[in-house]
Design a protein around this ligand. Structure first.
Ligand code: NAD
Length: 493
């Protein structure tokens, strides 16, 4: 085990069931699901799964807790959130180790995840005093004002690529606004969320924070339960659509952070050194490309195409080597499971058949004996990609980069916007007029200029088109967990 990290045994959660009403509960149906280590394909443990009845019991408890949490003084709510942030920071290493073990993402890169969640808790704690209403002038005989009120029980369903970062960070805004929360961890990687429930057990009053491991049944029950007043998802477009439909029956609002097929656009005047590193890093090969924001479509102007492609290939070969995820020296992990492995290899095969040029990778690695049995795929780059190919259009969620060559700016923008997705985009140019005018024309919710991949708390994050609904990581997110009540007072004597 690498220096500075706790042991895996001491990090594992002791509880493998459901946490609600401030206690570990025995589920009604007693269904277990095996959870795997994607680094070697072996089972780690079995986790109990929440059924529809369990969801009902948990929501009822969370609703009861809501009735007192919503009237808890703002400063006191903020203190709870800040305590939670401190607890997360204290446990950052063990949580990183659990996520490395259970998702395959390299531990060195996961060390910041609990800290990002903690930063969100602190940020939203700080915003609580900003949840103010307004006075509205109408006439001399009447007085009008608004109150910002919480919604009730909020369900937050999260994806597998950063479990504890998503679970911890996504608690913050709804709790800050006075809602209670049920987290549904990713079914593939629930361990760090169970540990999170253990370490936060005494931080909040019973029923305020609840964690229900489970699969689709649990997610569906949360989306339809009448006492769940908002359902949110970090996940794929098809799941987002299923949740939206399920929530429609009770007119539940949704907040959806979904997939992406994001573009990185390089103009001829881009800074070569910055560009090469960003093309390689923007693909997030470290976690096998499994990030919604990965710039998986790279549009290189013909003047710099060959040089950039050659340099990026070298950079990728030097910097991303598949290895054991729980080792600090590892620079690239596997995909999450066999199904994802087969899907990504299927995309690689389709690209070859459709005439794209395989530049590097394209197969499972064979040279490292320590990772046999894991779901690894070499970092893969295809050049000569055409907009009609499957790898140009569909989210692969694997370590596969598609490189396009462009000449004409209008054609470039048509290609960039020819996708159902619209999450992120990155623009490289030393000419700010070029960069800003391109930023206006690209159909994406979050755009980087001369940088890639970074999130900035306080700057709204979210997608357009089918990449999602609503904005997070900002004041907008806080408001999305409130509703306005208008009070109209008659002043006539
Ligand atoms: N926009 C973002 O911020 C963001 C961040 C990370 C990942 N993602 C996206 O997430 C996807 C990968 O994650 P995934 O494979 O875990 O996604 P997924 O959609 O398969 O699952 C996400 C979550 O939804 C649950 N779920 C599945 N079907 C459901 C249903 N019918 N009703 C309710 N819940 C249901 C799952 O159990 C899981 O917890 C990619 O598309 C990726 O781009 C988006």
């Amino acid at each position: 085990m690498a220096t500075g990290l706790p042991s895996i045994e001491s990090s594992l959660p002791k509880n493998k069931s459901l946490f609600y009403d401030g206690k570990w509960q025995t589920p009604s149906a007693g269904q277990w699901k095996e959870t795997l280590n994607p680094g070697n394909g072996k089972a780690i443990d079995k986790i109990l799964q929440a059924s529809e009845d369990d969801v009902d019991a948990a929501v009822t408890a969370a609703h009861k807790a809501f009735l007192s949490w919503k009237t808890t003084a703002p400063a006191q709510r903020a203190a709870h959130l800040r305590n939670a942030a401190n607890v997360l920071r204290q446990h950052a290493k063990e949580l990183a180790l659990l996520d490395a073990l259970n998702t395959g993402n390299p531990v060195a890169e996961m060390l910041s995840d609990a800290n990002v969640a903690a930063a969100n808790l602190d940020y939203f704690a700080g915003l609580i005093p900003m949840l103010k209403g307004e006075t509205i002038p109408v006439s001399d005989e009447t007085f009008h004002y608004t109150l910002r009120e919480p919604l009730g029980v909020v369900a937050r369903i999260v994806a597998f690529n950063h479990p504890v970062m998503f679970a911890g960070a996504k608690l913050a805004a709804p709790l800050a606004a006075g809602n209670t929360v049920i987290i549904k961890p990713p079914d593939q990687a629930p361990l760090s969320c169970l540990r999170l429930a253990e370490i936060l057990a005494d931080v909040f009053p019973p029923g305020v924070v609840n964690v229900l491991p489970g699969g689709v049944e649990c997610g569906k029950a949360l989306s339809t339960h009448p006492l769940v007043k908002k359902v949110t998802l970090i996940g794929s477009v098809p799941t987002g659509k299923a949740i939206q439909k399920a929530a429609a029956d009770s007119l539940k609002p949704t907040l959806l952070e979904l997939g992406g097929k994001n573009a990185l656009i390089a103009f001829p005047d881009a800074n070569m050194e910055k560009l090469v590193e960003s093309v390689a890093k923007g693909m997030n090969f470290t976690w096998a490309g499994q990030s919604c924001g990965s710039t998986s479509r790279v549009f290189l102007h013909e003047q710099l195409h060959d040089e950039v492609l050659q340099k990026v290939t070298r950079f990728v070969q030097e910097h991303f080597k598949p290895g054991v995820p729980t080792e600090m020296s590892t620079t690239m992990g596997p995909v999450i499971n066999k199904q994802a492995h087969d899907r990504v290899l299927g995309y690689i095969e389709s690209a070859k058949q459709e005439g794209a040029k395989l530049v590097v990778g394209g197969k499972p690695p064979t040279e490292n004996a320590d990772i046999q049995g894991g779901f690894f795929i070499e970092p893969t780059i295809f050049a000569d990609v055409k907009p009609t190919m499957r790898i140009a259009k569909e989210e692969i969620f694997g370590p596969v980069m598609s490189v396009f060559k462009w000449r004409d700016e209008e054609e470039l923008l048509t290609m960039v916007n020819a996708t159902q997705y619209g999450l992120t985009a990155s623009i490289y140019s030393e000419n700010l007029a070029t960069a800003h005018s391109t930023a206006k024309k690209v159909e994406a919710g979050y755009i980087w200029v001369n940088q890639v991949g970074r999130h900035f708390l306080n700057v709204p994050f979210g997608g357009v088109k089918e990449s999602g609904l609503g904005r997070e990581e900002s004041f907008d997110e806080l408001l999305l967990f409130t509703q306005t009540k208008s009070v109209n007072v008659n002043l006539a004597r």
